[in-house]
Design a binder for this molecule. Structure first.
Ligand code: ADP
Ligand code: ADP
Ligand code: MG
Length: 447
């Protein structure tokens, strides 16, 4: 096992990784931007290095400075968390060439899955059903031709998109022509890659994803699914496991398909395969995330398996000690993301200083956060300030626990979305379990 690692991230996920390291007896090195010198992850780690000014591109995306910090501190590995450099094959390679272990899959795998078009090809070849769509588009005429074959409505998707960005809905040939250039230009601006492709826009569908763990010795296991259909602007707001919509039969099918997909990708480490699931119980591959997911605690709660510890063990060459039959889903877990934003003003991000903080407690209640009383939220990064996760024997009990926990949560000094989360938790749509990716828009209109 490693004796020291560097965490190339900030916020709740850096804190989460440091906690796992402490339990495992691994020393930790934090990196931080000038805006983050008072951040919790910095005070929790044994060592800390400032890696640049506030903007992410100068600090948390500054590969050279991060590698230097790792070498100076004699860290043996780098955990990239999620976002930032976690899905960057160049960074993964740079770690390797500097003698550092990157906690994640090989750069070729990251590159192959991060290219959404190539990933669709790999999955199709492995016999995994893929959302109908096109290959990469040469120009607007090519887009029109392909659109005719697939049929409207369609999404124009950036090959390198992520974080809910780089997706554009078009309902007609005219809209496609109007949006094609802007979509490509935006993709170039945000993802440094102008390539786009088309995907059939599926409505009334659920986002269901499968959690994978694969070791260095060819063993792959699937830790079940998460239902992430409660979304705003293609970004997840609530996640639960198991999905209330899957029959046991379909679950087993999804597990088998995901094992096949991970093997086809040559996967190693923790990863997630995202699907859209339709009313006829069919599921289609959407993308693979080659990293730890924001909502991983939901899976940890239902399986009792610590995903971060296993990421570290796998990276250190430890074989998985579970077989697929050992994986049991003993409880129901729900996660609500707490974002510093105003849901009723177009999800406008909110900054400020935490004037009062009370976090919920009790059995099977978990609050993952990096905020504390008196902490000032810097305006440069993600708006997510915490994740509230609960688990119970049944879905109904978990739902009641989440409502109670949300009532207990007090965060003053910034605007946040806890009231919206309560509205979701008491809505008929959530309670029924039949909610789809467009449900939240309807709940918002009602309130
Ligand atoms: P998950 O897929 O784990 O639920 P998200 O899609 O919300 O998580 O993304 C996790 C984090 O990574 C967020 O902070 C998001 O903004 C960021 N992120 C993900 N992909 C990209 C990307 N390609 N470019 C920039 N940020 C990204
Ligand atoms: P990202 O890399 O940003 O996470 P995804 O391809 O995973 O992008 O899509 C993000 C979200 O957008 C999905 O969770 C889903 O709600 C919606 N979405 C993506 N593709 C489709 C599609 N073909 N039809 C309908 N909704 C889609
Ligand atoms: Mg996605």
């Amino acid at each position: 096992m490693f004796s020291k690692i560097l965490i190339a991230n900030r916020g709740e996920i850096a804190v989460r990784i440091i906690r796992a390291c402490k339990e495992m007896g691994i020393a930790t090195v934090a990196v931080f931007s000038e805006a983050d010198k008072d951040a919790l992850h910095v005070s929790m780690a044994e060592e800390g290095y400032c890696i640049g000014p506030a903007p992410s591109k100068d600090s948390y995306l500054n590969m050279e400075n991060i590698i230097s910090a790792a070498l100076v501190s004699k860290a043996e590995a780098i955990h990239p968390g999620y976002g930032f450099l976690s899905e960057n094959p160049v960074f993964s390679d740079l770690c390797k060439s500097n003698g550092l272990v990157f906690v994640g899959p090989d750069s070729e795998v990251i590159a192959r899955m991060g290219d959404k078009d190539a990933a669709r090809g790999t999955m199709r070849q492995a016999g995994v059903p893929v959302i109908p769509g096109s290959g990469l588009l040469r120009d607007v005429d090519h887009a029109r031709e392909e659109a005719e074959k697939i049929g409207f409505p369609l999404l124009i998707k950036a090959r390198a998109g992520g974080g809910g960005r780089g997706i554009r809905l078009v309902r007609s040939a005219d809209e496609l022509a109007q949006n094609f250039q802007t979509a490509a230009q935006e993709a170039l601006k945000f993802f440094k890659d102008e390539s786009v492709y088309l995907e059939k826009y599926l409505t009334g569908v659920k986002h269901i994803e499968a959690q994978i763990l694969a070791d260095n010795f060819g063993k792959v296991i699937c830790l079940g699914e998460r239902d992430c259909s409660m979304q705003r602007r293609n970004q997840k707001l609530v996640e639960e496991s198991p999905s209330p919509a899957l029959s046991e039969d379909t679950r087993q099918k999804m597990i088998q398909t995901s094992l096949r997909a991970a093997k086809a990708a040559g996967y190693r480490g923790a990863g997630t395969i995202e699907y859209l699931y339709d009313k006829d119980s069919r599921f289609y591959f959407m993308e693979m995330n080659t990293r730890l997911q924001v909502e991983h605690p939901v899976t940890e709660m239902v399986t009792g398996i610590d995903l971060v510890k296993w990421q570290l063990r796998i990276a250190a060459g430890v074989p998985l000690e579970y077989n697929q039959e050992d994986i049991r889903f003993s409880t129901h877990a729900i996660e609500c993301r707490i974002n510093a934003e105003n849901p009723y003003q177009g999800f406008k991000p909110s900054g400020g200083t935490i004037a009062l903080l009370h976090t919920p407690g009790g059995p099977w209640v978990r609050f993952d956060t990096a905020i504390y009383h008196g902490y000032t939220i810097p305006p440069f990064y993600d708006s997510m300030i915490g994740k509230l996760i609960v688990a119970a024997r049944t879905r109904n009990e978990a739902l009641r626990k989440m409502r109670a926990a949300l009532c207990e949560l007090i965060i003053e000094g910034v605007e946040h979305n806890a009231d919206l989360q309560t509205d979701i938790m008491i809505s008929e749509e959530f309670e029924s379990g039949n909610y789809t990716t467009d449900t939240l828009e309807r709940i918002l209109k009602k309130n």
